[in-house]
Structure formats: C-alpha cells, structure tokens
Design a protein. Structure first.
Length: 312
C-alpha cells in the first residue's frame, strides 16, 4: 500500500529539492522522489536539509516533521493555514472506540496464541499446562460478546500475562524472567523486550505522524502514546518477542549483562546483537499499511482490520 509520506532516517543524508524532485544523497548513493508524491517529509536523526526543500514542500501543501534517532517526535512544519491535522484529530476523537478496541484486542490475542503454538512446536516439548490453550482460545471467543471497555481491557491484560508466563518456561531459569514487569527491570529478558518494544514504538510513531494521526489519542490504551501502543500490540509477538526469546533460548553470556536489585544493564555487544536481530524482524511495510488502514477507517469510514503478515 503506497503511503503519502517519505522517511529519511539515520545520519548524514543531504536533502535537496529541485522544482519537481526531492533528492536524497546518502552514503554515496542518490535517490530522487517526485515532490508531488511527498505529502509529508519525515526527517529522523541527523541530516543536512536545504531551505529549498522547506519552501518547495510547504508551497506545495506538504508538511515536514522532525524526530530524534529513536523516533521521538520533536517538531513539525505545516503550510500556512493547513488544518488537516485538526480534521484527523477530530475524526479520532469522534470514533466509536469500542469497535476499534475490540479489533485490536482480538488481533493481539490471536497473535499471541499463534506465537505460543509455534514456539511449542519448535521447542518440541510441552510448554502449555493442561487447559491453558483452551483458556486463551475461550478468552478470544469471549471478546466478541463484551460491551464495556473495562471488560475488553481486562481480557486483553489476562491474555498478555498468560502469554509471557508461558513463554518464560522456554528460557533458562537463571535469566530470572517469570513475567512481563514494568521498569526498572531487574532481569535481562525484560530489559531486552523493552529495548525491542522501544524500537517498534519509534517506527510506528514516525509512520503515525506521517499520516497526521495524534499518537496520544488511544483507543484501547490511554495516556501518552496510547494510539502507538494500540497498533504495536498485535505486532509485538512476531516483530520483537520472537527475536528476544530466541536469543534467550540460544543462551546469553554472563558478561553480556549486569543485573542488580535496582536495574539490569545490557552490554554494548548484546545491544548490537539484539538491535540487529530486531531490524530483521521489523516489517516497516506492514507497520505503514496498518497506519493507512486506521487512517482510512477514520476518514473514509472503511472497515478497520488488524494487519498480520500475509493479510495486507
């Protein structure tokens, strides 16, 4: 699915513009994009941006957003008089949250059930206690009949808690992981999960702002970044958890991390290995497709579906 934004990430690019083309020079390579195809330029990291880019894009009605290297938004330039963000935010506030939250909770539950079943097959050993899979499947079925948002969130939390506890049985007990816990983390697996989720969060947030969505207007999750958490939740098992738990099962060396009662610190070498693995599993095209599906559902009243690999 083509997207109306263009992302320049990393460091060291030179971004220029001619009357009709956007030119990006980076690492000895040059890429050109018709200005008419760029409705929102996303600049992530440190780059050189010529003023011609700003004036030509703004004059053409496009916006420019700036992000830190980890995807944290820092500012946006909009054409004078532009009100598209306000229209999008009004659509978010006016959406019937129940149907979106239900789809997201069902999508996350389905993804976690599939991951548990796949891990059990790969491990060739029983990791599910008697009746646990039935509880997960029953919870997924029960979501269909829930009316109150509190009930949807309760089932969503129950499935997530069970999911992490089940997967904890597949990794060495000396790593100290029993369940998903909030920061500060005192075990290496929780620390690795948070690192991976942070990468996924940044990629989703950048795409979301490219679509002029407000990341803080969540449907299932509330608070800062609520909408980002909404959309990354069904993607976590495939894009982050699979890499983290595989690394943990393969074995981590004691010198690769240091844990205390206060926090767990990952070594630079472990961080490099982890980020390398997650870059392989992060599917930016799927992320952008999911954002576009949500945008169209809000603005064009099309059906909202949770995207999975193979169902774009």
């Amino acid at each position: 699915m083509p997207v109306p934004w263009y992302l320049v990430s990393g460091f060291g690019a030179h971004i220029k513009a001619t009357p009709r083309m956007l030119t990006i020079q980076k690492n000895g390579r040059t890429e050109t994009v018709p200005l008419s195809q760029v409705r929102h330029l996303l600049v992530m990291g440190g780059h050189t941006l010529h003023t011609s880019v700003i004036t030509k894009l703004l004059s053409a009605g496009a916006s420019i957003s700036f992000f830190l290297a980890d995807g944290e938004p820092v500012g946006i330039l909009r054409p004078y008089g532009d009100r598209f963000d306000e229209l999008m935010w009004d659509a978010q506030r006016g959406a019937f949250a129940h149907s979106y939250a239900l789809a997201l909770a069902k999508g996350a539950t389905h993804a976690r059930i599939l991951e548990v079943v796949q891990v059990q097959e790969e491990c060739q050993e029983k990791i599910l206690y008697e009746g646990e899979l039935e509880i997960l499947e029953k919870s997924q079925h029960e979501l269909e009949f829930l009316i109150r948002m509190e009930e949807i969130r309760r089932i969503h939390r129950l499935v997530a808690d069970m999911y992490y506890e089940i997967l904890s049985r597949t990794i060495p007990p000396e790593l100290g992981f029993r369940r998903r816990l909030p920061r500060p983390h005192t075990d290496v697996v929780n620390s690795m999960l948070s690192c991976g989720y942070g990468m996924l969060y940044g990629n989703m947030c950048v795409a979301m702002i490219g679509a002029h969505l407000d990341p803080d207007l969540g449907l299932l999750h509330k608070g800062r970044g609520g909408l980002v958490y909404d959309l990354i939740d069904p993607l976590k098992p495939v894009m982050v958890d699979r890499a983290v738990f595989s690394m943990a099962r393969e074995g981590l060396l004691p010198e690769e991390y240091e844990c205390s009662d206060a926090r767990c610190v990952l070594s630079d070498e472990l961080m490099q290995r982890l980020t390398g693995r997650i870059r392989e599993t992060l599917d930016q095209e799927l992320i952008e497709t999911q954002v576009m599906v949500l945008r169209d559902a809000l603005m064009k009243k099309t059906d909202f579906v949770v995207c999975r690999p193979g169902n774009r």
